[in-house]
Write a protein that binds this ligand. Structure first.
Ligand code: PRP
Ligand code: URA
Length: 209
């Protein structure tokens, strides 16, 4: 069974509360999502292995540590996952970025694929999928499956707000994929939106309806 990591740091909870408010506009919403993604990035990269390096400081010789060449790829699920990319890139500027385009059919709530462009060596990388909303879990499960079909075996899922239904689906279908989320909300409504949630993440990021 994969591990569910709920990142409930006070600063993340504070920023998420502002994002949830319907009074918060796109500019602030984007900015806060960016900040939270950077903060969550600390937790998602916490167990990256280090290697020893010998360096000279102005005061002398020392054996210090650097991340041990674990190559990272960030893969946002379009559109809303894009809002989490810059925060992670601030933390790991050398990460490569792939894109998976999925939208939910409004009636069936099932995801439809419309785009996929990934780094050539994606199977060698630790892949962080980003999507602020884990609702039914259909989009995340399909994105994980697409990555596995391309040889990826080291995948993490980074969300902002998750529903119990989506968490259960990912854990059942992909027990090897850890989920990182800032909140676990109550339930999905009849339109498969997360309640209380924050509404439509893509629309709030990009100012569409
Ligand atoms: C939203 C969200 C997730 C998906 C979650 O995307 O960003 O990708 O729904 O729902 P699920 O867990 O039930 O699959 P949407 O389809 O609205 O597309 P958008 O990001 O382009 O607005
Ligand atoms: N997609 C969103 O953007 N919000 C939800 O609550 C569910 C799916």
């Amino acid at each position: 069974m994969s591990t569910l990591h709920v990142i409930d740091h006070p600063m993340i909870q504070h920023k998420l509360t502002i994002m949830r408010s319907k009074e918060t506009g796109s500019k602030d919403f984007r900015q806060l999502l960016n900040e939270i993604s950077l903060l969550m990035g600390y937790e998602i990269t916490r167990d990256l292995p280090l290697r020893d390096v010998e360096i000279e400081t102005p005061m002398g010789h020392m054996v210090a540590h650097k991340v041990a060449g674990r190559k990272l790829a960030i893969v946002p699920i379009l559109r809303a996952g894009l809002g989490m990319v810059d925060g992670l890139l601030t933390l790991v500027p050398v990460a490569k970025v792939g894109h998976i385009g999925l939208y939910r059919n409004e009636e069936t709530h099932k995801p439809v694929v419309y785009y996929c462009k990934l780094p050539l060596d994606i199977q060698e990388r630790l892949v962080i999928i980003t999507d602020p909303m884990l609702a039914t879990g259909g989009s995340s499960c399909d994105a994980i499956q697409m990555l596995k079909e391309r040889g990826c075996s080291n995948i993490r899922l980074m969300c902002l707000v998750s529903a119990p239904e989506g968490i259960a689906k990912v854990q059942k279908e992909h027990p090897d994929v850890d989920i990182y989320t800032a909140a676990v909300d109550e339930y999905l409504n009849e339109d498969a939106y997360i309640v209380p949630g924050l509404g439509d993440a893509g629309d709030r990021i990009f100012g569409t309806k």
